[in-house]
Structures are given as structure tokens and as C-alpha cells.
Design a protein around this ligand. Structure first.
Ligand code: GCU
Length: 609
């Protein structure tokens, strides 16, 4: 048998034998031994997926040995070889960053873009492992290293990582990612949304080096039902699990050893009588360090309880009013997806300036910096998965997709004291299939984390023949901790004066939370308060809505729509919207509108109560 055939069969056997690579959980990534791969990446914009499928439409990576396409990052051996792409001579885009705001030609682009990063790295020593980690890529990402497929991640807002220990070489590693942001009816979100479908590798990419057995995730929180007992659960990844994990809280002078069970889990409780509980006013955080025989991981965590009692929301057992605002993950100044710590500080800084102690991070998991900065500066967060409007409720792959996004989000942010609400949906039309779908997500969230409030932006109805009488009896409300809904009287429903005349019937004896209200206003456009799109109209909606809400029994907070104007493909009024949803209280140039001060004054009064 000639040698080439022999190597081919061997290679094939090895590859055929190579297990399908699955995603690896790596939490608290910013506290680990990492090498950033951020920066300029060569890209190929590939509207026909030429790099992914052959002319018969067959994907090149259907079989373990990739048969062609851009994933191979192949260069012609000599002048005769036909190769019709070349990453080296292709243009570049910045990573992290969406492609839409980096190149006007790509503003509306939906399709595939191939990213390629070359890197050298010291091969991990024996007993060490190497991973490549992505903060997010919208919407689906096929990841390859040195011509081998690592995996496919679906969902544009959650992290994913793959092990590359056996594949990496010292020099000239070729990391190739096919990112495709085409919208799908069965997707999560589905095809119709009121936000820009930014595509690309939108968050940090890094190499993460770990020992053979490493701490893949950990949970540090108050033991449910207590304020003086810390519960810790540590998940190890790897064979040699050793026999104990040590957890230390240096500033509390507390430490504990915990045995590791057969599943690589160490679980324990630590009495902590002198804990200062986290609040927005006093966002106390504690250093925690978790040790195994091979490594240690650090984090900063706060301890607080969040519960409800009747129609009250209780933070650390005390009633709290949620003074909030909605935020999209966009940097209005730079344009495009927000992704950095500075972006988070800017957006949350504006929310603080408004007098907020709460924000709704709409409508999908924002980057990890948001909740970490919120921990530090003292703002509670509502986090959400993009189950938005008309999802395919009976499609099991859609449900699995939504469940995965939810569990990935919880795994990433479970240690953030600031995160107090998991939201499983926004404005989804009532049907049995829908409520069943959402109930499954509620059960998922409760089983993964029973210590936070579960919610969604529910539907509002009105009494037949009496549009002034609003009714909230969405059947899904029986499964949530908050009775939250969006309310647009005065904008989508009537004129601002109607706000003064409406009344409410709310079926649930739960805290009432208004997850959206608002009106469009072009920053700098001034007119009488009945002129749509003027700042006066928007301010009037705020001036009338806030006192109206105050009359609702159990009104426990609100997050008006929205902090900043944001790009939306559904907002097309020339010279007014021009592709922007302008319901922000801050314009997309960062300038504040009149409504900003109306809300700020209202929150100042609430805070003084
Ligand atoms: C909806 C929706 C938002 C949207 C807003 C609007 O309620 O939840 O995503 O942008 O209203 O119409 O401006």
C-alpha cells in the first residue's frame, strides 16, 4: 500500500475517531490566564456562502475531514494551483465589533462573513490545556482551527469555548470563524425584531490556558433563606479531580475546604455572621478565591436577597422601588454593538445620573461587563433571553435553543449580585403553545437558580368596548414573580391625554412592574406637546404616565423605553427616524432630551420617599 494512501487512511481514521468537539464551560474568564486575540482579523464577506458549501450546496465540513472551503485557509502550493480566496490579501475588521458599523457597505449586510486570525502560542506543557473562548458572535458561528472543525455555536449573545490543546502548534495557527447573521423564523430571536441585526464577532476572543483539571464554573451566594450563610458550589473539568477545593474570603477572614465528589463538584456552606449585604446604595463586594491543587480563580461577589411579598419587591427583606430604564447593548456615540467595560461604564453611568437603581438589559444577554460594572457601581439588573414577539412555539429546536441561551446566561452571570431578575420573554402573543414554551423556560431558570425573580414583559388587554379599561390577565402571569408588562398609551394607543383617563384591572397579587413605556422624540426637535416626535410630546407622555402608574396598587417599579436612541430597521421615517428608534431619553449623539429630566426628577422624589 503506498504511503500517501496509508497516511490518508490513518488521518481519516484519527479524524473519524476524533470525538465531536463540544463547547466547554469557562466562567469568570476575565480572572483567568488568558491571551487576547482581539484586534484586526482578516475577513471575507461571503454572501453566497461560497466558502462553506460546494456548488451543489453541500457543506464542506459535513464530514470530519473538511473537504474544501475557506475553513482550510489554504494557500496555492504553486502558480498552477487554483485557489480563489486569500485571507492574507483580504480586508480586515476589528474584533470585538459588529461588521455593520465598521463599513458602510455592510450596514445592512446579512449573510456570512469569514474571520481569520493567525497566532503563535507556546504549546501548553504536559498536563496543561488550552482553549479558545468567544464572548459572543451573532448569530451562528462555525469555528475551525488549523483546518479542523471545533464546533458550531448558535445564539448571538452568549459565550462559547472549545479545547484546542491537541490541535494547536507553536506558530502559524489559523483560527477561522464563519459568522452568519441570517435571521430564521425558527430562530431565537425570530426574523422580526425592533433592533439592528448586528453581525460579527461582537465580544472578546481569547486563549485560555488551564491545568489538566480546572475550575470550569463556580457559584457563590447566600444560602437560600439565610443572610449569614454562604453557599459555594465548584465544578471541576478534567480527570484528576483531587480530593479538595479550598474557598477563601480574605476580607472576611473565612475559608473552608470542600471535598470533590465523583462528578467533580465541591459543595459547601460557610457561616458568615458579619456580612454586609449588597445594595445599590452600598454595593459591597467581597474578594473570593477558590483553590485546587493545580490553580486558583478569583472573583468579586456581593451578597443580597431578592424576594417578593404580596405586591412588594424586597431587597434584603426591605421593600424597594425599582427606579429603572431599559438599555440596548449599543454604544450610541461610536455606533454599533457595545462590548467593552468602558461602554458599560458609559451606559450605566447615564442610568446612575438618571437616579436609577435598576436597569432592564433588553432583549438579549448583554456582554459580561454590564453586570460586573453594575455590581461595582450599584445598579440592579434584569437580564433577558431574546424570546421576542412571534417565536415558533411548537418547534422543539427553537425551545432547545432558547433553553441553551438561558442556561448559558445563568452560568455566566449567576455570581452577580446586581442581577435580580431573569426574564424569559418580551411581548409574546398569548396562546397555549406559547405559555407552555415559556413555562418550560421558567422551570429551567428556577431549577438552575431559584434565588432570583423570574419575569417577562407580558401582554395587556382592554375591556371589550371600553379601551380606557386596561386588563392584565395574561395566563403566563401565574408562573412569574413579577406582574410586568409594557404600556404605550399616549404613543401607540391614543394621545397623551388618554393616559390620564385609563384604569387598570390586574389579575395577579404580585408586584406590578412596567417593563416599557415611552414615545419617540427627535433630539433637538421642539414644538407643542401634541406634535409627534417633538421632545415636548415625549416629555408629556412621561409627565402623565408616571403619576398614572403611581395609582396602580402594587406599582413596584418601571423601566421606560429607553435610555438611548438605537438603530432599528423598522424605523424609516426620513429626517426623523432614518433607521433609528428615537424613544431614547438620550439622543444617539449622547445629548439628553427633556424627558431625561422629567424621569430624573421623578426618581429623585422616589428615592427620597
Ligand atoms: C416594544 C418592544 C421594543 C420596541 C418598542 C418600540 O414594546 O418591546 O423592542 O423597540 O416597543 O416600539 O419602540
Amino acid at each position: 500500500m503506498n504511503k500517501t494512501l496509508w497516511y490518508f487512511l490513518l488521518g481519516f481514521a484519527v479524524l473519524a475517531a476524533a470525538p465531536a468537539r463540544s463547547e466547554v464551560a469557562i466562567a469568570d474568564v476575565f480572572a483567568r490566564h488568558t491571551t487576547s486575540l482581539n484586534g484586526k482579523w482578516h475577513v471575507i464577506v461571503d454572501p453566497y456562502d461560497t466558502g462553506y458549501i460546494d456548488y451543489r450546496g453541500k457543506p464542506y465540513d459535513e464530514s470530519p475531514k473538511i473537504s474544501g472551503g475557506f475553513a482550510l485557509d489554504h494557500h496555492p502550493k504553486d502558480k498552477t494551483e487554483l485557489v480563489e480566496y486569500n485571507f492574507d490579501t483580504s480586508t480586515t475588521l476589528k474584533v470585538p465589533g459588529d461588521w455593520n458599523s465598521q463599513d458602510d457597505k455592510l450596514l445592512y449586510y446579512e449573510g456570512s462573513v469569514w474571520y481569520r486570525k493567525k497566532f503563535d502560542v507556546k504549546k501548553p506543557e504536559a498536563g496543561r490545556r488550552l482553549f479558545v473562548y468567544f464572548g459572543a458572535a451573532n448569530y451562528e458561528a462555525d469555528v475551525y482551527l488549523n483546518g479542523v472543525k471545533l464546533g458550531k455555536h448558535i445564539g448571538g449573545y452568549t459565550p462559547f469555548a472549545y479545547e484546542i490543546t491537541s490541535l494547536v502548534r507553536e506558530t502559524g495557527n489559523s483560527l477561522v470563524v464563519r459568522v452568519n447573521n441570517v435571521r430564521h423564523p425558527e430562530g431565537v430571536p425570530t426574523t422580526n425584531t425592533d433592533w439592528w441585526n448586528y453581525g460579527g464577532i461582537t465580544r472578546d476572543v481569547m486563549l485560555v490556558e488551564e491545568p489538566a483539571t480546572f475550575i470550569s464554573n463556580f457559584l457563590v451566594r447566600l444560602k437560600p433563606g439565610t443572610t449569614n450563610t454562604i453557599e459555594v458550589r465548584v465544578q471541576l473539568d478534567g480527570a484528576a479531580r483531587g480530593n479538595a477545593v479550598t474557598v477563601k474570603f480574605p476580607s472576611l477572614n473565612l475559608s473552608a475546604e470542600m471535598a470533590v465528589d465523583e462528578n467533580g463538584v465541591a459543595h459547601g456552606e460557610i457561616e458568615a455572621s458579619n456580612l454586609v449585604l449588597w445594595t445599590p446604595e452600598h454595593p459591597t463586594l467581597y474578594n473570593v478565591e477558590i483553590f485546587t491543587s493545580a490553580e486558583s480563580v478569583k472573583d468579586r461577589v456581593g451578597f443580597r436577597t431578592i424576594t417578593t411579598s404580596g405586591r412588594k419587591v424586597l431587597l434584603n427583606g426591605k421593600p424597594v422601588f425599582l427606579r429603572g430604564i431599559c438599555i440596548h447593548e449599543e454604544n450610541p456615540r461610536r455606533g454599533g454593538r457595545a462590548w467593552s467595560e468602558d461602554d458599560a461604564r458609559m451606559l450605566l453611568g447615564w442610568a446612575k445620573e438618571l437616579g436609577c437603581n435598576f436597569v432592564r438589559l433588553a432583549h438579549y444577554p448583554h456582554n459580561e461587563h454590564m453586570a460586573r460594572v453594575a455590581d461595582e457601581i450599584g445598579i440592579m439588573c434584569w437580564e433577558e433571553v431574546p424570546v421576542y414577539w412571534t417565536i415558533h412555539w411548537t418547534d422543539s429546536s427553537t425551545l432547545a435553543n432558547a433553553q441553551k441561551q438561558l442556561s448559558d446566561l445563568i452560568a455566566r452571570d449567576q455570581n452577580r449580585a446586581s442581577v435580580v431578575v431573569w426574564s424569559v420573554a418580551n411581548e409574546t402573543p398569548i396562546s397555549e403553545a406559547r405559555t407552555k414554551f415559556l413555562k418550560t423556560l421558567v422551570d429551567e431558570a428556577r431549577s438552575l437558580d431559584g434565588t432570583r425573580l423570574i419575569s417577562a414583559a407580558m401582554e395587556v388587554d382592554s375591556e371589550p368596548g371600553n379601551p380606557l379599561h386596561k386588563i392584565v390577565d395574561d395566563p403566563f402571569g401565574q408562573y412569574t414573580d413579577l406582574c410586568s408588562f409594557n404600556e404605550y398609551t399616549g404613543w401607540y394607543d391614543g394621545l397623551p391625554e388618554k393616559i390620564d383617563r385609563i384604569s387598570w384591572s390586574i389579575k395577579y397579587d404580585k408586584p406590578v412592574f412596567i417593563s416599557e413605556f415611552g414615545a419617540d422624540a427627535k433630539q433637538g426637535m421642539h414644538a407643542d406637546a401634541l406634535t409627534r416626535f417633538s421632545e415636548e410630546y415625549q416629555a408629556d407622555v412621561y409627565k402623565r404616565t408616571l403619576p398614572m402608574l403611581e395609582k396602580i396598587p402594587g406599582f413596584s417599579g418601571c423601566t421606560p423605553w429607553i435610555l438611548c436612541d438605537f438603530r432599528s430597521p423598522r424605523r424609516l421615517l426620513p429626517e426623523i427616524q432614518d433607521g433609528w428608534n428615537i424613544k431614547g431619553v438620550i439622543g444617539h449623539d449622547g445629548k439628553k432630551k427633556m424627558a431625561f429630566n422629567v424621569l430624573k426628577n421623578f426618581y429623585a422624589e422616589k428615592a427620597a420617599e
